[in-house]
Design a protein. Sequence first.
Length: 302
Amino acid sequence: MKVLITGGAGFIGSHIVDKFLENNHEVVVLDNLTTGNLDNIKRNNDNIEFINKSIRDNDLNFEDIDVVIHHAAQINVRTSVENPVLDGDINILGLINILEKIKKYGVKKIIFASSGGAVYGEPEYMPVDENHVGAPMSPYGVSKFCGEEYIKLYNRLYGIDYTILRYSNVFGERQDPLGEAGVISIFIDKMVKNEKATIFGDGGQTRDFVYVGDVAEANLKALDWKNEIVNIGTGIETSVNELYSVIANELNYNDKPIYDKPREGEVYRISLEINKAKKLGWKPIVDLKEGIKRTVEWTKNK
């Protein structure tokens, strides 16, 4: 099968590239390298076609593509609050442009990276299942939720199949502590450099951390999931204070964090219920401690 991965030179996208190549699929990467990095895919230079273009470009050609895996996005909640026009331009209009090209070239399916951490808002119950009402608290969350609705609309109007994956907080090797949202990569980077790390809020806020390799596997399995919305997480709540301690222990780091005011647009507690994913044949394999160990090792050696 020939797949096109938007944002394929990015953190999550590059792991998906690896996974699909390992499973003998043809891979095309579309990335304008705004946040993506060619180093993430250089091991695959001979096995992929790379297109240096934006998802907003009008001249995109999806001829002979079977499936589009759409990860190119503005992913920073804080940036979306500060510049909602930019967020909407990339995450909504960019997606519509991709859908128009899918329609034009007869692509069979889109797999869409959505956000379980952003589309649900403050949970009414936990863990949050796919039936929970969508109540985003940031422009980023709204843009992802809107994107889901556009994808379902194109399915109804034009018969384009889809799988929408609502990720929890993805972490792992290749996550950029400077350019992307990702508290684990930020903490590791600070501690490796023996610098002080900052916790925004009281540290009691929780997240559901899922390892990037497991997320890549979910995208592979999603080839067989037809018109489904699926949470991809662990169902486990971990507070930021707990997370800090786990990383500090792994690195033998003894400094206390700096506490600062909470950030706008971010939920206080979240974890995702993943029974649907399990019934469809996916479950997380790498737990938080093992994933942190792998990420620390990669950070030290990069």
